[in-house]
Structures are given as C-alpha cells and as structure tokens.
Design a protein around this ligand. Structure first.
Ligand SMILES: Nc1nc2c(c(=O)[nH]1)N[C@H]1C(S)=C(S)[C@@H](COP(=O)(O)OP(=O)(O)OC[C@H]3O[C@@H](n4cnc5c(=O)[nH]c(N)nc54)[C@H](O)[C@@H]3O)O[C@H]1N2
Ligand SMILES: Nc1nc2c(c(=O)[nH]1)N[C@H]1C(S)=C(S)[C@@H](COP(=O)(O)OP(=O)(O)OC[C@H]3O[C@@H](n4cnc5c(=O)[nH]c(N)nc54)[C@H](O)[C@@H]3O)O[C@H]1N2
Ligand code: SF4
Ligand SMILES: [Mo]
Length: 897
C-alpha cells in the first residue's frame, strides 16, 4: 500500500488529502494533517471521494457521435483528435478564428487552464474563451479589481482567529465550505466575544448559528450595506486617516448614501431598523472585521455592486490589511482562482492582465512567441451561448463543465447546443446533460488520476497528484489539449512551437513566468519548491522565502496611484421581480452533501442520506394558505420552463419565498432542474447571471398515474444511468440512491396516465426486475394496478409498484437493510404506507456515525446538549459537518420548551 498526498477536488477551501492506494485502487481518503487549509479535517464530500471513481459511470474512450445519437462509436485518440483538428481547421478556414469558442471550468487544474487558454488565444486566435467561473466568481473579480486594483482576495484563513466581528453575506458556509466553517466555529469558541452576523433571506444552518441573522429580501444587499455605511457615517465610526491617506472617491459615496437612511434601507430589506443599526454598530466597534461572502452576492444582475458596497464598508472603516480584517470572498470551485490567474476568462489575460489593454496583450504575445493576441473582446458565457444559437459561433469545446445543466435558462442553452455545428465535450463522466449534445466526446482523467496544481480561496497553491491510473484510455486535460493543439498547428501551418511541454511541471513553469512583476507574482515557485515546502500562497516572487498571508498591509493598493477606490452602488432589487402572475421569489443554492450536477457525488449512496430527493422548500404558512401538504407534487413554472416536484414545508423560509437546490439534473429528475426556471439576466460590469433568484408561480398538480420502484438487483449506479431516458417521459420523475447494507436505486414517477405501453417493461429492464423465474407479480388491470417483486435467497431485492405505490418507503428500507421481511412478507403488495410495529428510519443527519434526525431529537428531548451528543451518539465526532444542524435542532427544542 502507498499513500499519496493531494488536494480535494470539490470546493475552494482546498483541503489537503491523503489517498491510500493498493493494487491500483483508491482504498481510502483522509484529511492531510499537515495541510494549512484543513489540518486533517475533511467534510462529507471529501471523505467519500474514494467512492466517486466508479468505473461504470466514467468515460473511458473517445467517441464520435454522428448525428449525436446513442453512445456513438468508440475510436482511438488518433482518430478523435484528427477529427477535432480537421473540423476545427475547416471551420476556421471558412468562418474565421472567431467562429470557435471554448467554455472552460474552475475545476480544471491550472496547467489544464493554461493550455486551453493558449490554444484558443495563441494558436487559433479567438478571444472567445470563457468559463463557468462567469456563473460563480466574476462579480467578486470585478469588485476586487475596481475597488482594490487587482483580482486578489486580501485575507487568509488564519484571519478567522483574529477577527472580532465576522459578517457572512450570501454564503451558506455550513454547507458549502464546511471545513472553513469548522475553523470559524473553533475561532468563535476561542473568542466568545466575536460577533457573527449572517445576511441571507433563508435561515440556513449558517444563519441559525449567528448572533444576528438579517433575513433580507432577495437582492437587497446593496441597500443593507449602504444603510450600514450611512449609520457608520452618522455615528462617526469611520477611519478618517485611512480614508484620507489611502483611498479616493469617498466624498461622492458619502453623498450617495445620504438617502439610504437606516429606516429606508431596513424597509427595503424587510428587516427592523434596529437590526440594521446593530449590524452597523458591531461592524464599527470591532477591532477587526472580516467579511465572507459567496453566491448570494455574486450571482445577481448587480452582483458587482453588492461586492463594491461591501468593500466600501471595509475601506471606510480601515478594516483591511490587518490581521482579522478584510473583505474575503469564498471561492466556489477548487481552482476558480487558478483560472483567474491564467486568464481563462474572456475578460482576463494571463497573469491578471486585461485583454482590452494593448500593452498587456503585447506582453503575453511576447512570452508566447506569437505576433499578437486577438484584440476584439471575447464573449462571456451568456453572450457566447447566444452567439452559438445565432450561428455566429460554429464550434464549441466544453471542458470540465456541464452547461446544459448549470447555465441559466437551460432549455435555451440546450437548444443552442443542439444547433451548434461542432460540439466537443471533454468530461470524466459519461452521463452529464451536456454529453447528449456532443459530436466528439473526449474522456478526461479525473481527480486522483492526474498531476497539476490548484489555488484555493486564500491564494494558496497546492499540488494535485496522480495516485491511480485513469479508466480505459482517458487522459489528463492538459495532455489532451497539447496533443490536439499540435495536430491543429500542423493543419494551420503555424504555431508548432507553442506547445513544447513534456509534462505539467513545464506548463506551470511558463505560467509562473507570465506572473513576474504582476500582483500575483509567483516567479519564486516551481514544482520543486512545492515539493520541498508544501502548499504556498501568492505572491511569492523570486527570492522570497515564503508567500504573503495578507495583502495591502502597507495600505498601498494595486491601483495606478496606489489608492483604493470607493464606488457608488445603488439598490436595484432583483432582475426578475415578482408579479401577480409569478408571485413567488424562487431562490436556488446548494445542499450539504451534493456537488453541482452530481456526476461524482451522485454516485455515492451515502451522500443521498441527508437529502434524498429534490424538493421545493416553502414556508409552512404559505403552504397552509394554498392548501398544500408536505410531500405533495406541485408544478413550479414561469415563462422559461417548469419543474414538477414535491413541496416541503420549511420554516427556514420567509413567506413568499421558495428554495430549490441547484444539483438535480436530467439524470435525476424529469426536467432540466433549477435552471429550467432561471433567467439569463446579467450584471453589466461582471457579466454574471442572476442564478440566485427568479420569479415563479406554484400550482398544485394532480397526476393520476403513479409508479415507483426500488432495486438492489445489480449495480445501482448503473441502474441510475439506465433509468435516464425514462425520466423525461413523465411529468414527474425522481431517481435517487438509497444507502445501506445493500445500496439500491429508487425511482418515483407520476403522469396523467401510463406514458407508453412498454414503459413498465423498459423500467423493469433498467432495474433488473425482468427475470421471470424469481419474480412475484400482482395485477389488477381494472384498477390499473401492476406490481412486481424480485426475491433472491428468500430476501426481497426489488419491487416495482404501478397504479398504487404507498408501500414504497418501508419496502425500500427493508431492501437496503438486507431484504429480510419476516412476517411482513405477506404484505409486499398490500397498500400499506407503514405496517404496524415497524419503525421507519428518519433522515440521516450525521454522516460519519450514521445518526438520524429521530435519534438526535430524542436525545435532545431527554436533556442532552449538542456537545454531549458527541460522546453518546457520536454526532460531530467525525467530520463535524452535522454540528451546525445539530445545534439548530437543539435551539428549536429549547425554544419549544
Ligand atoms: N456542498 C457543496 N458545497 C459547495 C458546492 C456544491 O455544489 N456543494 N459548490 C461550490 C461552489 S462552485 C460554490 S460557488 C459555492 C457556493 O456557496 P454558497 O454561495 O455559500 O452557496 P449557495 O447555496 O449557492 O448560496 C448561498 C446563499 O445565498 C442565499 N441568497 C440567495 N439570494 C440572496 C441575496 O439576494 N442576498 C443574500 N445575502 N443571500 C442570498 C441563499 O439563500 C443561499 O443560502 O459552494 C461551493 N461548495
Ligand atoms: N440555478 C443555479 N445554477 C447554478 C448555480 C446556482 O447556485 N444556481 N451555481 C453556478 C456555479 S457557482 C457554478 S460553479 C456552476 C457549476 O456548474 P458545472 O460546471 O456545470 O458543474 P459540475 O457538475 O461540477 O461540472 C463539472 C463537470 O466536469 C466533469 N469533470 C470532473 N472532473 C473532471 C476532469 O478532471 N476533467 C474533465 N474534463 N471533466 C471533469 C464532471 O463530471 C462534470 O460533468 O453552476 C452554476 N449554476
Ligand atoms: S471543505 Fe469538503 S469539499 Fe471543500 S475542499 Fe474541504 S473536504 Fe473538499
Ligand atoms: Mo461556483
């Protein structure tokens, strides 16, 4: 056995991991005790990484898909990449370089990103390179650049330990950056005077743990921050020396926020004036204030202004460049930062340069050895897909992202992909929503299968290392890019010198070179340094003995004159306001245990135990007023699309607001998921779309025909893929994995009537229920009932119920717990939701010790405290991801008592 040190491939926390490998298989993944991001901790997602390398769900060889039907034809890399270079060369010859676009990802490694950026801008000469970071961090990038002069988060995780007041805005850290939240919890425990303010329309677990939760109306952040600034000015809690010596633009801002009286701002936000004034006072009184934010600010049609208004507060109070102080954006993806460094965005060039600046273009052209870089502005994600739909862009190369699922107004994006002449999809997994549109499928090596680097939220560069071989002939993204580029250079008759690299270390060395003299200078880094000294923060120029933990400590900013800039930001509200027709605010966001489109996390049964399936969270009062009951199916819709799913009563939601997770894709539900509903309304400065909010209506839907099945026959992950085509045939469909002794797949359908005569036969085939000999059947055609069960070794292995399915819940639990039914055997086909004497398993809260909600409530009711549960039930003894929720449950028990 050997152990390989690497980095978690999920969130921007950038936790170090240790991978145990035996006989070419990943056996286990642990936190790396030496890594400065996590010191050994991991969350549920990191802890289950070993189970994501599921061979069946991977792309293992290149495929050509003529007519884009079916799985296509497996081909060699030679054939695949010759096809790619031949078709790209032909499109370039006929329509020019700008007819080619690249859509990249913050989950690529820095070396991957560097190669594709150079391939696009350096070899092909197209400016159209953008990435899913446009959906994620681009408003933060714009905010930092406008206010501080460079795209550089100025803080470090260790600042948590020095802050007296922490303001978390539009971030559900307890779910989305769990290990950082553990660090914050530890810092609070060590400094009980620390004040925690959370700004989020929902009472998330993050918000529930705050000293002050400001449940503002969606989109009201600018009004809140302006109102707080107004109060700080009024109370004279500014740092005038700092403002005078190190900033500009305060007079104009001061004038602009005059109208944002605390009363007026609080009214816009829908909070009390007192709450706003308390937040301002805490901010103004604290020795050191740290602000943490994420998509609740960025994913807005005025996300840049939200960022600027928050940074204004820090500049006005001099809360920056000191331990514990500063505006600290939490990065979403593991290498969004690396992508920003190499200039993987249409609005950036290598080394934090600006493509609109001729001098900057010339500098990069000189390093690369090309005459010039394209001078026309590149299209950012939303306009890029519009240009594809309009036929201006003819070829699209998608790497490591799934736009058919994650872009706003996904139905329109799917139409654009369908119309595009050449779509190349390079993914590690075979079953994403975008794969269906690919002419060429290129199999990528995934996490643990390739080498490179990533940069986390605190500017720390860590190595990612290969521990096992990739499945089939899958190759690292940088390797595929270099090979394709060389073939294309040969066809174009130019640029043969551009891709001389023998390995990712050489790509990294060139990347370091492009940063020399820039704000992020890493001229002093190389693979050898990272090997010898471990993960390093930037900047770390040649000659420096370590990277910088904190930026702007001398209060000299990265702007031309060294002064930070105040920017006036005005409140505009949400881009899609509610109306009589669409009266609800729909918010979208993340779950604790799933990752984006679930191509990886959705292969791990244990990661479904916390949230089993997609549901629409709704305020209980709103449900009562509309006569809706928990679990009932509703249709959420607007002019963009619709989604039929169960409604779930949730008192974390304010009246008038709804929430759906962004994760569920057409691989799990019978719709495009949350982005069937979102609008492509973008911020004019950052071009980031408002993915956080859209107006919708909610209607009851009565679907007479119901069907459901649970199967532990065969591999549930494979069954999940086999189910996919059936999901689209019903108005409601929802597939999930059940965890247990025998993991299983579960699916539920509802429709007006049986969708097709052979539907049940195809469903049975997908789930391994067709074996005649072992099947037990029950049919009552008059009532449309058709049920089937599979027994093996005397145990129940699968059931499929059509026409009537109320026993699905307890039957599913029996199947995953081994299939023993005892005397309940006779009740398999009985319409019995809960047979007498059977206790049902509640929702799993603690992943590590497998403790469910019922057990926790029972212990709390018996007087236990959250901390004592660690010793009695074991919750929180492992990764700790459950602790915010356990504390919230404890608070609700105390309140009720
Ligand atoms: N478990 C998990 N963790 C992840 C990811 C994942 O897929 N799963 N993805 C990673 C990525 S790429 C990202 S970008 C991050 C995202 O991390 P977060 O941004 O923390 O997560 P979200 O749930 O998308 O949104 C955060 C909150 O914004 C709130 N919100 C909505 N509208 C507004 C508003 O107008 N103002 C304010 N103040 N708040 C609002 C929502 O209610 C939600 O609770 O997570 C990263 N970590
Ligand atoms: N409604 C709504 N929509 C959202 C958001 C939201 O909050 N609400 N959030 C937005 C945000 S912040 C983000 S970051 C995006 C994320 O959206 P996407 O980028 O679409 O998310 P993923 O599903 O992580 O896509 C990554 C893809 O890369 C594949 N992959 C994994 N490893 C590798 C590899 O090494 N190489 C290659 N080539 N492929 C690999 C995976 O299988 C997966 O298909 O979603 C955005 N969309
Ligand atoms: S917090 Fe969890 S998902 Fe994020 S890097 Fe750490 S282990 Fe991975
Ligand atoms: Mo993101």
């Amino acid at each position: 056995m050997m152990t390989v040190k690497s980095t978690c491939c999920y969130c921007g926390t950038g936790c170090g991991v240790e991978i145990d490998v035996d006989h070419g298989q990943v056996l286990a993944v642990r936190g790396d005790p030496e890594h400065p991001a996590n010191f050994g901790r991991l969350c549920t997602k990191g802890l289950t990484l070993a189970h994501t390398l599921h061979a069946d769900s991977r792309l293992a060889e290149p495929r050509l898909r003529p007519g884009r039907l079916g799985p296509g034809q497996a081909v060699s890399w030679d054939v695949a990449l010759d096809t790619v270079s031949e078709r790209l060369a032909a499109i370039i010859a006929e329509h020019g370089p700008e007819s080619v676009a690249f859509y990249l990802s913050g989950q690529m490694l820095t070396e991957d990103y560097y190669v594709y950026n150079k391939l696009a801008r350096g070899l092909i000469g197209t400016p159209h390179v953008d990435t899913n970071s446009r959906l994620c961090m681009s408003s933060a990038v714009t905010g930092y650049k406008l206010a501080l002069g460079a795209d550089a988060p100025p803080c470090s995780y260790e600042d948590f330990d020095h802050a007296d007041c922490v303001l978390i805005a539009g971030s559900n850290m307890a779910y989305a950056h769990p290990v950082l939240f553990r660090r914050l919890e530890a810092a609070r425990a060590a400094n009980p005077k620390m004040k925690l303010i959370v700004v989020d329309p929902r009472r998330t677990d993050t918000a529930a743990s705050a000293d002050l939760h400001l449940a503002i109306q969606p989109g009201a952040d600018v009004a809140l921050f302006n109102g707080m600034l107004h109060a700080l000015i009024w109370d004279d809690r500014l740092d005038r020396d700092f403002i005078n010596a190190h900033t500009e633009g305060f007079a104009e801002l001061r004038h602009a926020v005059r109208e944002y009286t605390p009363k007026m701002a609080a009214d816009i936000c829908g909070i009390s004036e007192e709450a706003l004034l308390t937040a301002a006072r805490w901010f103004g009184e604290a020795g050191a204030v740290l602000s943490l934010w994420c998509m609740g600010l960025n994913q807005s049609a005025h996300g840049s202004d939200k960022n600027l208004a928050l940074i204004n507060l820090h500049l006005a109070t001099g809360q920056i460049g000191r331990p514990g102080a500063g505006p600290f954006s939490l990065t979403g993806q593991p290498n969004a930062m690396g992508g920003r460094e190499v200039g993987g965005l249409a609005t950036a060039l290598s080394g934090h340069r600006d493509p609109a600046n001729p001098q900057h273009r010339a500098e990069v052209a000189a390093i690369w050895g090309v005459d010039a870089l394209p001078a026309t502005p590149g299209k950012t994600a939303i306009p890029m897909f519009d240009a594809i739909a309009a036929g201006q862009i003819k070829a699209l190369w998608i790497v490591c992202t799934n736009p058919a699922h994650s872009m706003p107004d996904a139905n329109k994006v799917r139409e654009a992909l369908a119309a595009c002449e050449l779509v190349i999809v390079q993914d590690a997994y075979a079953d994403t929503d975008s794969v269906a549109y690919a002419d060429v499928l290129l199999p990528a090596a995934g996490w643990a299968e390739k080498d490179g680097t990533v940069t986390n939220s605190e500017r720390r560069i860590s190595r990612v290392r290969r521990a096992v071989a990739a499945p089939g002939s899958a190759r690292a993204d940088w390797d595929i890019g270099i090979d394709a580029a060389r073939r294309l250079a040969a066809r174009l008759g130019r640029g043969a010198h551009l891709f001389p690299y023998a390995g990712p270390d050489e790509v990294f060395a060139e990347h370091c070179l492009t940063t020399v003299g820039r704000d992020l200078d890493i001229g002093g880094l190389s693979y050898a340094v990272l090997e010898a000294e471990g993960p390093q923060q930037w900047p770390r120029p040649a000659g420096a003995s370590q990277g910088a933990a904190r930026l702007y400590t001398d209060h000299h900013f990265a702007t031309d004159n060294g002064r930070a800039r105040f920017h006036v930001a005005r409140h505009h509200g949400v881009a899609s306001p509610i109306s009589a027709r669409y009266p609800f605010h729909l918010l979208t966001g993340r779950l604790r245990d799933q990752w984006h489109g679930m191509s990886r996390s959705g292969r791990v049964p244990a990661l479904f135990a916390h949230t089993q399936e997609a549901a629409l969270s709704m305020n209980p009062g709103d449900m009562a007023r509309r006569g809706l009951t928990d679990g009932e199916l509703v249709r959420v819709s607007n002019s963009h699309g619709d989604w039929v799913l169960p409604v779930s009563s949730n008192d974390a939601m304010l009246s008038g607001q709804l929430f759906v997770p962004m994760h569920w894709s057409s691989a799990f539900v019978g719709s495009a998921g949350s982005n069937a509903l979102t609008a492509a309304k973008i911020d004019r400065k950052s071009f980031q779309p408002e993915l956080k909010h859209v107006a919708v209506r909610v209607d009851k839907i009565d679907l007479a025909w119901q069907c459901a099945a649970v199967s532990a026959c065969g591999d549930p992950v494979r069954a999940l893929s086999a189910l996919r085509p059936l999901l689209a045939e019903c108005r409601f469909a929802s597939a999930t994995l059940l965890d247990g002794e025998r993991p299983a797949v579960r699916v539920r359908f509802a429709h007006e009537a049986l969708p097709a005569a052979d539907f049940l036969a195809r469903l049975d085939a997908a789930l391994g229920l067709e074996g005649e000999g072992l099947a037990q059947v029950f049919a009552d055609p008059r009532r449309g009932i058709d049920k089937r069960a599979i027994w093996q070794d005397g145990c129940l292995r699968a059931v499929r119920l059509a026409g009537e399915c109320c026993a699905l819940g307890w039957l599913g639990e029996r199947i995953v717990s081994g299939g023993e039914l005892g005397e309940l055997r006779a009740m398999v086909f009985a319409p019995q939701a809960n047979p007498p004497g059977l206790t049902r398993r509640a929702r799993m809260v603690c992943h590590c010790a497998k403790v469910d909600e019922a057990a926790i409530y029972q212990a709390l009711a018996g007087g236990a405290s959250p901390d004592s549960l660690r010793d009695t039930l074991g919750c929180g003894s492992g990764c700790g991801s459950c602790m915010p929720e356990v504390r919230r449950m404890a608070a609700s028990v105390t309140k009720a008592a």
